[in-house]
Design a protein around this ligand. Structure first.
Ligand code: ADP
Ligand code: MG
Length: 341
């Protein structure tokens, strides 16, 4: 099972200035997996810009051209979980062996390896084996290699062996083309002025653009209204308000307190009780992840801590999430609540 999503093809991945290098590098890799200097190919860019789509597209294309090759798509999170399970079940050798047998390994969202040393070690081992045997590795990341804090230097230096290509926000023309393609594929008609209005109004990322399109179609069919710019405007006024809400440290503190049913004073206090320390560390971790505040600001707002304490908190959360199932649930739950994902 390659785990590839058949909808995420090259064909459905619209080309634009924003993705030309990444797309053509992906295409070159798909033509000659393991046989180009793009090994590994690292595709990076912000959320909703097409990393996962392109990664699948490469895998699908390779499967088409080289049906005998084993292609595996896996998220870095799933890889980590499988690795942890293999340790628990004493099957680490099987785990490593399984991955070393693959011809084309695609790992999505490798930024989640950050701070997870044991996972990085085993990935390093697998990567070296694949690379030495001329197998292709494709990685995606939500940030550039230089910004991958908490990633071992030797891994980062491996990433530099290949090509890093970024995906940028699509320009207006590309956004229009993406909407047209999607409507065409689904066999839906929409007036040009509405398409242009949508593309013009939603410039954050492709996922939100698609979300807006789906909302509009739902609105129109539920309320039996014609699809007009006016309807699109009403929908976007609501939609954009809901999605571009800036997350603040205050908000994170409130969500964490609600989640643990804990008074805010305790969270902000200097108490060293374990549950409270953990809640505080989770707050700092998410403040670092989800806001643009400096470490110093985050520390100051979380009980007058310094920036080193915040860094330590982030590391601790990463480590605990890797080793402690219950803690991992906290992280996942809070992330869902904070990002409304
Ligand atoms: P990421 O992994 O970077 O967060 P995804 O690959 O999940 O983003 O893309 C989000 C959505 O946008 C998906 O439905 C994907 O099909 C679509 N998408 C992104 N880029 C393009 C593109 N260039 N052409 C067509 N659809 C795209
Ligand atoms: Mg993705």
């Amino acid at each position: 099972e390659s785990q590839l999503n058949p909808n995420y093809t090259f064909e459905s991945f619209i080309e634009g200035d924003c993705n030309r290098l990444a797309r053509s590098a992906g295409f070159a890799v798909a033509n000659k997996p393991g046989g180009t200097s793009f090994n590994p190919l690292l595709i990076y860019g912000g959320v909703g810009l097409g990393k996962t789509h392109l990664a699948h597209g490469i895998g699908i294309e390779i499967k088409d051209r080289y049906p005998e090759k084993t292609v595996l798509y896996v998220s870095a999170e799933k890889f980590t979980q499988q690795f942890i399970d293999s340790i628990r079940n004493n099957t680490k050798n099987d785990f490593v062996h399984f991955y070393q047998m693959i011809d084309v390994l695609i790992i999505d969202d490798v930024q989640s390896f950050s701070g997870k040393e044991k996972t990085q070690d085993v990935f390093f081992e697998i990567f070296n084996h694949l690379h030495q045997h001329g197998k292709q590795v494709v990685l995606t990341s939500d940030r550039a290699p230089v910004d991958l804090q908490g990633m071992e230097q030797r891994l980062l230096s491996r990433f530099k062996w290949g090509l890093s290509a970024d995906l940028q926000k699509p320009d207006l023309e590309t956004r229009i083309a993406i909407l047209r393609k999607k409507l065409f594929t689904d066999g839906i008609e929409m007036p040009d002025d509405v398409i242009e209005y949508l593309a013009y109004s939603i410039n954050s990322n492709v996922r939100e653009l698609e979300g807006a399109l789906i909302s509009l179609l739902a609105q129109s069919s539920l309320n039996k209204k014609k699809i007009t710019v006016e309807l699109a405007k009403q929908m976007i006024d609501k939609f954009v308000k809901n999605t571009t809400r800036e997350i603040s440290i205050d908000y994170i503190q409130k969500v964490v307190c609600d989640y643990f049913d804990m008074p805010m004073e305790l969270l902000k206090s200097k108490t060293r009780k374990r549950e409270i320390v953990q809640a505080r560390q989770l707050t700092m971790f998410f403040a670092k992840q989800l806001t643009k505040n400096s470490l110093a600001t985050i520390g100051a707002q979380c009980g007058n801590k310094d920036h080193a304490t915040v860094l330590h908190a982030c590391r601790t959360v990463n480590n605990l999430a890797e080793t402690d199932k219950r803690f991992r649930t906290y992280v996942d739950d809070l992330k869902k609540k904070l990002t409304l994902a």
